[in-house]
Design a binder for this molecule. Structure first.
Ligand SMILES: CC(C)(COP(=O)(O)OP(=O)(O)OC[C@H]1O[C@@H](n2cnc3c(N)ncnc32)[C@H](O)[C@@H]1OP(=O)(O)O)[C@@H](O)C(=O)NCCC(=O)NCCS
Length: 144
C-alpha cells in the first residue's frame, strides 16, 4: 500500500461511487477543492486508487482555534475497508497540516462513520444535525 498526494479530479470516481451514488461528477466537486492550501491524499493498492480523503484550510466557528483544517470526502471502496487505509491517509495528513501551523482538524461526520472517527482519535462536538439529501451527521474534531 502506498499513500500519495493526488489531484482533485482523481478523487471524483471514489467520491461518486461511495459518497454520491447516482449523482453527476459535477456534484462530486466540493467547494475549496482547488484552493491553494487544499490537498488530497490517496491510498493505492496494486497501483489502484482505492481510498481518498481531502483536507481544506477552513475555520469552523464552533472552535476557537484561529487556524483549522477540515477533513472531507473520506471514502474507501467497500472491498478494501477495514484494512487501515483511511487511518493511513490521516496519519500522512496530520504532519502536513501541522506544517501549515494548524493543530485542529474537524469534519462533519456521517453517523455511520462515527465509529471510524472515534477510533482515529476524533471527539464529537454538539448535537446531531441533518445534511439535506445525505442524512444525519455529527461535528467531530481532533487536536493534532
Ligand atoms: C468510513 C470509511 C472511510 C473508513 O475507511 P476504512 O479504510 O475502512 O478505514 P480503516 O480501515 O482505516 O479503519 C480504521 C479503524 O476504524 C474501524 N472502522 C472503519 N469504518 C468504521 C465504521 N464505519 N464504524 C466503526 N468503525 C469503523 C476499522 O475497523 C478500523 O478499526 P481497527 O483499527 O480496530 O482495525 C469507509 O468505511 C467508507 O468509505 N465508508 C463509506 C463512506 C463514508 O461514510 N465516509 C465518511 C463520510 S463522513
Amino acid at each position: 500500500m502506498k499513500v500519495l498526494q493526488i489531484g482533485t479530479k482523481d478523487t471524483y470516481a471514489l467520491r461518486q461511487k461511495v459518497l454520491r451514488p447516482g449523482r453527476s461528477l459535477e456534484e462530486c466537486h466540493f467547494k475549496g477543492d482547488d484552493a491553494d492550501q487544499t490537498f488530497h491524499l490517496g491510498a493505492f493498492v496494486d497501483n489502484k486508487l482505492v481510498s481518498v480523503a481531502s483536507f481544506y484550510y477552513e475555520r469552523n466557528p464552533a472552535f476557537e482555534d484561529e487556524d483549522q483544517y477540515r477533513l472531507r470526502g473520506m471514502a474507501t471502496y467497500e472491498e478494501h475497508r477495514g484494512s487501515g487505509l483511511s487511518r493511513a491517509l490521516l496519519r500522512t495528513a496530520f504532519p502536513l497540516i501541522k506544517q501549515n501551523f494548524c493543530s485542529l482538524v474537524w469534519c462533519n461526520a456521517r453517523i455511520s462513520a462515527q465509529g471510524f472517527y472515534e477510533k482515529t482519535g476524533f471527539t464529537t462536538h454538539g448535537e446531531q444535525f441533518d445534511v439535506p439529501e445525505i442524512g444525519p451527521h455529527l461535528l467531530m474534531f481532533r487536536k493534532i
